[in-house]
Design a protein around this ligand. Sequence first.
Ligand SMILES: CC(C)(COP(=O)(O)OP(=O)(O)OC[C@H]1O[C@@H](n2cnc3c(N)ncnc32)[C@H](O)[C@@H]1OP(=O)(O)O)[C@@H](O)C(=O)NCCC(=O)NCCS
Length: 183
Amino acid sequence: MSIAVQVAGAPGSVPRENSLTTLTHRRATRADCRLLAALNHQLIRDEGHRNPMTEAQLAQRMRGWLARGEYRAELFEERGEVVAYALYRESADEIYLRHLFVARNRRRQGLGRRAMRLLIDEIWPRGRRLTVEVLCANTAGIAFWKAMGYREYSLGLEIMPPPQSMAAAGVSKSRRVLARLGF
Ligand SMILES: CC(C)(COP(=O)(O)OP(=O)(O)OC[C@H]1O[C@@H](n2cnc3c(N)ncnc32)[C@H](O)[C@@H]1OP(=O)(O)O)[C@@H](O)C(=O)NCCC(=O)NCCS
């Protein structure tokens, strides 16, 4: 089950952060895909997603997304060290933020807020509807998006198939175990 949330109206409502260090940003390229995949792998675990892809598979998916221009990724750096990344898709009226990840040892220091500030003030075109999707069990993520000004818009529901029918459909054993555990 996932909740889709959006920012309505002026996105400038993300509160200002307090920090003395400089957070810089740069557009990710193909050369960054392995790093992005490693961070994506951590993000999947941290948010409790069911996605079973390996880092190698995630790197391949990321390369495809960036090469086709389907998504753009932005890396956020402090003193030359990557501390966060965002992956998003732009359309005429919407910016869908698919990933936002802050390094595990750097959370609750305002970096997520600062990254959002940079996206909204410097990177994204203005005047678009801003959307994210967040898993219901990701309570930290939900609290973060709400603090950033996003509001609930739709609620995704599901009924998982029983394990036997998943086996018949060729779903792997590890995937079935994860599904039974609710991941
Ligand atoms: C969600 C995430 C991006 C937040 O980044 P962060 O740098 O830790 O967030 P910030 O320090 O900027 O927090 C900004 C505000 O969000 C809220 N918030 C952030 N993390 C929170 C948590 N664990 N619990 C409750 N509120 C939280 C707070 O209101 C916080 O303000 P405060 O610190 O003044 O109380 C980070 O925890 C992360 O990468 N999580 C794993 C990946 C993920 O779940 N991404 C989002 C779903 S795609």
